[in-house]
Each structure stands twice: as C-alpha cells, then as structure tokens.
Design a protein around this ligand. Structure first.
Ligand code: DOR
Length: 429
C-alpha cells in the first residue's frame, strides 16, 4: 500500500497539540502518524515549510448554477485549493436558488465530479430567499444539504426566522445567518465619516446589530444550531459574546473585515462595496479582539466573485462582494500575525481547527483524521494579481498588494489538489 511521508515541515495544529518540526505519514487518505524519521513509499521534502490542517471555509459563493461566467465549481474549488482550503460550504443565492431537493441533488452530484476540495451544499432557509415561506428542510437534508441559509439577505420577520430555526432544529440542519435589517440598510457603504465625505448613502451599523441581536435571542430560545456569519461590528461581536454560551451558537468574521476599513470608500471605486460594509477602525479592532479571545469562533471568507461589468462601476452601482479564498491566509498572516496582533496558532485554529470541527471533523492532523493539509511557505512573498488568481473573477480588494505567506501545496484525503511543490517529491527505492 502506497503511503506518503511529508518530511521535515514545522507542523502546527493547536487541536492536536502539535507545534514543531516533524514528519507526517499519510496512508489511505488519513493521517497515519506524526513523529521523527518516518518512512513511506513516497516522500515529500517539506523542509522550511509549515504544515497546517487544511483551511475550512463555511462561506463561499461559487455562483453555480446560473452565473458560471463568474465562478464554476471547478474554478471556485481551484481557488479554494490555491488558498489552502480543503473544505468549503457553497451558499444558495444562485440562479435558480438552491431551495428544492432536486437542485441540491444536482449540486451534490456535480461537486463529486468537479470539485477539488470537499464541498458542502447550503440550501436556502426560505423559498427564493424571500423570507416568507420555509423550504422543505427535511427533504433538502435527505437530498444532501449540509445546512440552510438565506445568505445575501436578512430575514424580514423575527417570527418567520423563529419558525425557521425551530424547523431547522427538528430537521437536524445548522442555520447560517446573514444578519441584516433591510429597513435600516438602504445605503451602500458604512454610514460614517468616510461615506459623508464621499457623498455616498450610508448603511448604519444598527442594520447589522439589530438583526444580530434578534437572531441571537431566537437562537438561545429555540436551541437551533445557529452560526452567525460575517460579523463586522464591535457591538455585534459583543452580542455574540453575551449569547454564545446560552445556545448552540457560533460566529465568524471575514479576512476583509479584519484587515480593511471604510477609508477605502474615499476611492469611490465599486471594488470596495461589500455587504456587510467595510467598517471604521474601531469596529475592525473590536472584531479582531473578539477573534483573538474566541468570542468569534473562526474566519470565513464570503468568497463572492463578480463579473467585471458588475463590479468596475461607481460604488452605488457595483455589486457587493470580494474574492476571498486565495488571499485569506496571506492577508491575515501579513496584516495580523506579522504585526503581532494575532498569534499564528490562533490563526490556524480560526482557519482550520474550529471551522473543521464545526463542519466535518477535519481541521486537525491527529492520527485517524482525514489527510486534509495545507503546506505554507511563511517567508514567501507575492503580489496579488488578476492574472494569477484561479477564480474566474478578479474582484479582490487586495489586487496589487504585496503579501507574505504563500500556500504551496494543498492535500485533500491524501491527494495533492494544489501543487507548487512537485519538485520536492521523491520515491523511496
Ligand atoms: O458582499 C456580499 N456579497 N455579501 C453577501 O452577503 C452576498 C455576497 C454575494 O453573493 O455577492
């Protein structure tokens, strides 16, 4: 039986308590052992590299079905693999919306054939994402849905959301919530000094905070498994802190809310429109501190590809959203870890261990776990460029930026799905 030894990397996995130079042996798609001087039929010289559990992204838009000009399962999963991600949840705001079992079944079949990474289908919480009629969650689960979400939209009525949580709970499905009160969010960027200076209509922070508070109260009351995604304000993070032990509640924030601020609104470029919007530095700091102290469990990218003709427009007309998979680790490593604001172990926990435990029991290099791994050159510098991104779209807010930390290899179930390290392989005679 062929097995692979990844030799001499600095292995870092807070979940398994691993932090040091060692070998890792992979056999039959799983971690077989970690230690010194291991032997395998195939060997990968990983000297000078770091080996982390593969990153896990609970929030991605692969635009399939319907907008394959922006992303496909093949291109989205190639982008994910290039960013070190080994498991991804696909959001249902597609065309058609993923709100019927037949659509879930079709997607599940397609990801088996077309995805390089483990891909999970989120079905919609409401038919057509309209926040009125609940979807048939039991049937969606039978068809292969992993969770339900109306991501992209908030839920208009607290009563409807409460019913949705009760039904999701009885169907055994987690709910991923985009918290936004649309009666408050009539603008396009964060309602603050930058919006006023730019003369662009603002969305108050309360649009997120009011909806987050409602969702948390209902999650605690119903006992549903609720994950609040893309928390972007300090107050919403504090609300999560108050409620997280009062229910089955988790939360994430994004690389862009951790690294960018609404100062970028001053460029007037549609590129910097995103939902929830980029916030002032106080919120960025509050969200970061909540990630550091584990009030927020993990990071998710909200990878949201958009066609150039829908993004390269004035702020008011541009579609909201950023690419995320390929820059997530490097942006966070460059901006937070290297500046001493987040430890490397906490970053690995937030990108791998915690979301992996939440989704599928991956996110660890412990013996017996699936061999889902990211090999990273922490000293590797690179410039983010539309030419080299694997996504079909080019809307990265980091375009032109020099980042440190380069994913050079990604392994899913023992197979190399992103490979910048081919030359390091050797076969033992
Ligand atoms: O900026 C965003 N883009 N936020 C969302 O919630 C949805 C996403 C998209 O689908 O483009």
């Amino acid at each position: 039986m062929s097995d692979l030894v990844i030799r001499g990397a600095h292995v870092l996995d807070p979940a398994a308590g691993l932090d040091g130079k060692m070998d890792v042996r992979v056999s039959e798609g799983r971690i077989a052992e970690a230690g010194d001087n291991l032997r395998g039929t195939r060997e990968l010289d990983a000297g000078g590299l770091h080996l982390f559990p593969g990153f896990v992204d609970v929030h991605a838009h692969w635009r399939t079905p319907g907008r394959e000009d922006e992303e496909t399962i093949e291109s989205g999963s190639a982008a994910a693999a290039a960013g070190g991600f080994t498991s991804v949840v696909m959001m249902p705001n597609t065309d058609p919306v993923v709100d019927r079992p037949v659509i879930v079944e079709g997607l599940v079949r397609r990801v088996e054939r077309e995805s390089r990474v483990r891909s999970y289908v989120s079905a919609a919480l409401h038919a057509g994402l309209r926040g009125e009629r609940l979807t048939e969650m039991r049937l969606l689960k039978e068809a292969g849905a992993f969770c339900v979400s109306d991501d992209g939209l908030g839920t208009a009525s607290a009563a409807v959301l409460r019913n949705g949580m009760l039904y999701a709970r009885s169907a055994g499905l987690p709910v991923i919530l985009h918290c936004e009160d649309h009666t408050l969010s009539t603008g396009v960027v964060h309602d603050g000094a930058a919006a006023a200076l730019a003369g662009v209509p603002g969305i108050p922070a309360s649009a997120e905070d009011v909806a987050t508070a409602t969702a948390l109260v209902l999650a605690a009351e119903t006992g549903a498994r609720v994950h609040i995604t893309h928390v972007s304000t300090a107050l919403s993070a504090a609300f999560v802190g108050f409620f997280r032990d009062r229910g089955d509640i988790t939360a994430d924030t994004t690389p862009h809310h951790l690294t960018l601020t609404d100062e970028l609104v001053g460029t007037l470029e549609g590129m910097y429109r995103v939902n929830p919007p980029l916030r002032p530095d106080g919120d960025r700091r509050g969200v970061r501190e909540a990630l550091v102290d584990r009030t927020l469990d993990f990071v998710a990218t909200d990878h949201a590809p958009h066609a150039a003709e829908e993004k390269e427009l004035p702020l008011e007309e541009a579609a909201p959203g950023f690419l995320g998979h390929e820059t997530a680790f490097a942006a966070l490593y460059t901006e937070l870890v290297r500046r001493g604001k987040l430890s490397l172990p906490r970053l690995v926990e937030a990108m791998s261990c915690a979301p992996g435990a939440w989704i599928n029991g991956t996110g660890t290099i412990s013996v017996g776990a699936p061999a889902d791994l990211a090999l990273v050159d922490l000293a590797g510098e690179w410039t983010v460029s539309g030419e080299t991104l694997r996504s079909r779209s080019g809307n990265s807010p980091y375009l032109g930026r020099r980042l440190t930390g380069r994913v050079v290899g990604t392994v899913v179930g023992g197979d190399l799905v992103h490979d910048e390290i081919g030359a390091r392989f050797g076969v033992r005679a």
